[in-house]
Design a protein around this ligand. Sequence first.
Ligand code: FAD
Length: 397
Amino acid sequence: MHLDFSPEDLAFQREVRAFIAENYPETLRGKQDEGDELTKEDFLSWHRVLARKGWVAPAWPVEYGGTGWTATQKYIWSEETASADCIRLMPFGLSMVGPVIYTFGTPEQKARFLPGILSGGDWWCQGYSEPGSGSDLASLRTKAVLEGDEYVVNGQKTWTTMAQHADWGFFLVRTNPDAKQQEGISFLLIDMKSPGITVRPIITLGGEHEVNEVWLEDVRVPVNQRIFEENKGWTCAKFLLAHERTGIAGVAASKRGIEKVKTIARAEMDGDKPLIANPFFRRKIAELEMDLTALEYTELRSLAGESAGKGPGPESSLLKIKGSEIQQRLTELSLEAVGHYGAPYFRGFGEGDNEHPIGPDYAHRAAPTYFNTRKTTIYGGSNEIQRNIIAKMVLGL
Ligand SMILES: Cc1cc2nc3c(=O)[nH]c(=O)nc-3n(C[C@H](O)[C@H](O)[C@H](O)COP(=O)(O)OP(=O)(O)OC[C@H]3O[C@@H](n4cnc5c(N)ncnc54)[C@H](O)[C@@H]3O)c2cc1C
């Protein structure tokens, strides 16, 4: 593994930096730093800039709109966008259903759905989990019955992220209740404006509306919106989960997060000295930084393997476990650093709140972000499930 960038990579890095400096939307600058909640329009404004440049889907094959970048260039891209604090694009179209459609879809399905994913014209959500079917996803019960050339879908999905904005959803449904669990599932694309769909908000600990329940009552879905064969949806589902896990380590974003914690610790006083001078606090930051560096090298090793033609293996589970734990520890340190200034914001600022913010600006999002980040060890396959994968695939237990 060579750790130095080649002259071509360094030139690419300069090009990326210049592009971000000139094109990152003015309205978004500093928004993440200040911890403002991001709107649909925020996500779309950066998405559209990248779509125009042809950089919105670096992971896709060039023939479908990808960039053709090497693994190192993709790494540089994620480093540069994180260090410039660019917002992350919504993954549901670009990283999840897009790859499923170009891999398993018919030419008509590719022509119909890929352009909207690339342009940002269609906002997607993921209808996998159900009450009672999360880790044990194959037990899902939402059923679809074929009537003529339409499926009639009934059931309930849950934890559906950003479904309140979605134009389309990709859903796992049971089409054969008599087959073995994994063998009776199909993968449907459903127009979220279809009659019979109800989206109900779930408000999270941090006071945010990010996840939803989605109810489906006699929703009619044309059969040409099924991807791949009937009852073979599990193949698409597994393929998609592998894509969901890549990039989940979030190394570049955590590096920036550590710098933010240091900034807070320099500004906050611990007695007559800045908090950063407190040896116990310094030690926590140093431990986190060491773990993050170790994670970064594991990710680089994985990237080197990818460049050599090896697909993502069970090490993606390791990246998920360590990456998500580091993200959580970062938010714990931020909350500790802001101390009592964090307390008034345990529920975040609600719509219509007219109270004056208390304490420095950086304190306002510490508590909601701390609560929100509890999710990282649950979604994308919980960390316990990732440990099971490592036990089986790596340790042979
Ligand atoms: C913020 C957030 C956003 C989400 N967004 C989406 C979305 O957009 N679309 C979607 O479909 N889903 C989404 N999910 C759902 C997510 O995929 C599930 O929450 C996750 O798979 C866990 O399932 P569960 O919540 O049913 O927990 P369960 O599967 O019931 O697990 C409960 C606990 O038991 C442990 N456990 C379960 N089985 C085992 C086992 N075999 N061995 C050891 N431990 C085990 C788990 O690790 C967990 O700690 C989201 C979840 C969150 C928190």
